[in-house]
Design a protein around this ligand. Structure first.
Ligand code: SF4
Ligand code: SF4
Length: 509
């Protein structure tokens, strides 16, 4: 990202430089490194204990944790000076357990990987955990190819151990997904445990079970904070035919209402394809009228059953126009319009430049938060872009770990296993993760693009289309040539079948 004002850039980079110097100080680095371990005496990650002391949440701790607190509070003050955050603000935000966990993971990342672009935290901020393959739906685009429970799915005891392991590693949030997580009898126990361990519990659901108010309430009482309900269209006709279950739309809408009324943060998620792209404006109206806080436009990725409908994928220009429309209409009536397409960061900057909407945004993957502190915008290069294997990872029902839910279940892109492997070791040593975190050797337009740090293309799309994590993301207008070539190749190689939308269904080889 290039700042309009080079002076700002140099002074900011200068400050980052001096912050980096401080982090690289051998004494500070070695204290921070040794504080990344779990303290059995205080029952917590040493960095988290130090932050509890720093914010006054805890009065007593062992000598080592108290010593860590001295160094951590010094680092926090210097970070505050660098990014223009007052000590008071810092202390205030750290009153929340989730924020403390997130900050501890950030400091752990500084200790392990230093100040680097893009930044790598000490553990993924979020794990999306496909807890079961069992599902009561049969959606056309399901990335998980869900339906029946797999015979090798983890037992409830293993799942509880897995949750502990992720909390010890410093994971900030666990988002349960599937299959359909509400079909698991112990699901509320898992949510409660995540919450008890100071992590932010989230869940993605098709809404069928949560349409029952009593059940939705049980989830709320267990500590569920954030729920994502899938809705692929503004009417039952569109949604039910995509989900292949009659009544799916009615139940999902009821579930959204229940969760909103129970005070949960509700995100409506819509996978946008040629099939429903024209319905997006109506989806915005519907989500707003239901009281949802976010509408997430999921990027279609041809994986799982989605491979069967690859020709329903948007053209790069369609994606660009969709993201521009979302950006221009976001934050109206209390609804944020977001996308999992990392190009959203690029589109936000292009639209701002062309139309000068006056929104000061930090363009990042998933969200473009507005800011009032200009120093924060410079952070985008450090935090933005595809978060696979960097800000988040996914876990399968048998514990297999992948960089993102949209990677196919192939050995080549498997990171390891939650139950069999040392999680920290995987996070630090995996060559696959190191490769994904490197934005300097991307191919095609992504490699030379000035947005590669704030976007970098969706690595799952690149892999699913080219079997290469470094390939260009063919969903971007800057890679349109690749997209057209790919489309032709696919059409020539494969037989075609007509889809309800008038598009062609072509199976990827
Ligand atoms: S070329 Fe690649 S990095 Fe640049 S905006 Fe497009 S997808 Fe993102
Ligand atoms: S691969 Fe990256 S951009 Fe694509 S969905 Fe996963 S995290 Fe997002």
């Amino acid at each position: 990202m290039v700042s309009e004002n080079p002076e700002n850039d140099s002074s900011f980079m200068g400050m980052v430089g001096s912050f980096e110097k401080m982090i690289n100080n051998p004494f500070i680095r070695s204290v921070l490194k040794s504080s990344t371990q779990y303290c059995e005496a205080d029952g917590g990650n040493r960095l988290e204990v130090a932050l509890e002391l720093y914010t006054g949440k805890r009065k007593h701790a062992c000598v080592k944790c108290r010593f860590t607190e001295k160094v951590v509070s010094f680092v926090m003050k210097r970070a505050g000076q660098t990014f223009g955050i007052t000590d008071e603000k810092m202390q205030k935000s750290l009153q929340s357990a989730y924020w403390r966990k997130g900050v501890a993971t950030t400091v752990k990342g500084l200790a392990l990987f230093g100040v680097r672009r893009p930044f790598v935290p000490g553990a993924p901020y979020q794990i999306v955990w496909n807890i079961t393959k069992a599902c009561n739906f049969n959606c056309l685009h399901c990335y998980e190819n869900a339906g029946r429970k797999d015979p090798d799915e983890a037992t409830p005891e293993m799942i509880m151990q897995g949750i502990e392991k992720l909390a010890r590693a410093g994971v900030t949030s666990i988002a349960f997904s599937g299959g359909e997580p509400t079909l698991l009898p112990n699901m509320t126990d898992y949510i409660r445990r995540v919450s008890e361990l100071g992590m932010y519990p989230a869940m993605a659901s098709n809404g069928w079970v949560l349409s029952n108010e009593k059940i939705a309430r049980k989830y709320r009482e267990a500590g569920l904070q954030f729920v994502q309900i899938s809705l692929d269209g503004p009417t039952p006709e569109v949604h039910d035919s995509f989900r292949r279950v009659n009544g799916a739309w009615e139940r999902a809408v009821r579930a959204i209402r229940n969760c909103v009324n129970l005070g949960m943060f509700v995100e409506v998620s819509t996978t946008v394809t040629k099939y429903n792209i024209n319905d997006v404006p109506k989806m915005i109206e519907l989500s707003r009228s239901l009281g949802a806080r976010w509408l997430m436009a999921y990027n279609f990725i041809p994986t799982g059953r989605g491979r069967e409908i690859v020709m329903e994928d948007l053209e790069p220009k369609e994606r660009f126009d969709l993201l521009s429309m979302l950006y221009e209409n976001t934050s109206k009536g209390g609804l944020e319009l977001l996308s999992t397409a990392p190009q959203y960061a690029m589109v936000a900057q292009v639209v701002e430049t062309q139309k000068n909407l006056g929104k000061n945004v930090i363009p990042t993957h998933f969200q473009n938060p507005q800011y009032t502190n200009p120093k924060l915008q410079q952070l985008a290069d450090f935090i933005g872009g595809c978060g696979a294997g960097r800000f988040y990872m996914s876990v399968e029902p048998n514990g297999d770990i992948y960089p993102c839910v949209f990677f196919p279940h192939e050995e080549e892109v498997k990171v390891g296993n939650l139950y069999r492997d040392d999680f920290d070791k995987l996070w630090i040593k995996s060559q696959l993760l190191k490769d994904l975190r490197n934005k300097d050797d991307l191919e095609g337009a992504c490699g030379t693009c000035s947005y590669k740090y704030t976007c970098g293309g969706c690595r799952a799309r690149a892999y699913n289309y080219y079997h290469d994590i470094k390939a260009p993301d063919p969903g971007c207008i800057y890679n349109e040539k690749e997209w057209n070539k790919l489309k032709m190749e696919l059409m020539v190689k494969n037989g075609a079948e007509e889809l309800p939308s008038g598009g062609l269904s072509i199976k990827l080889q």
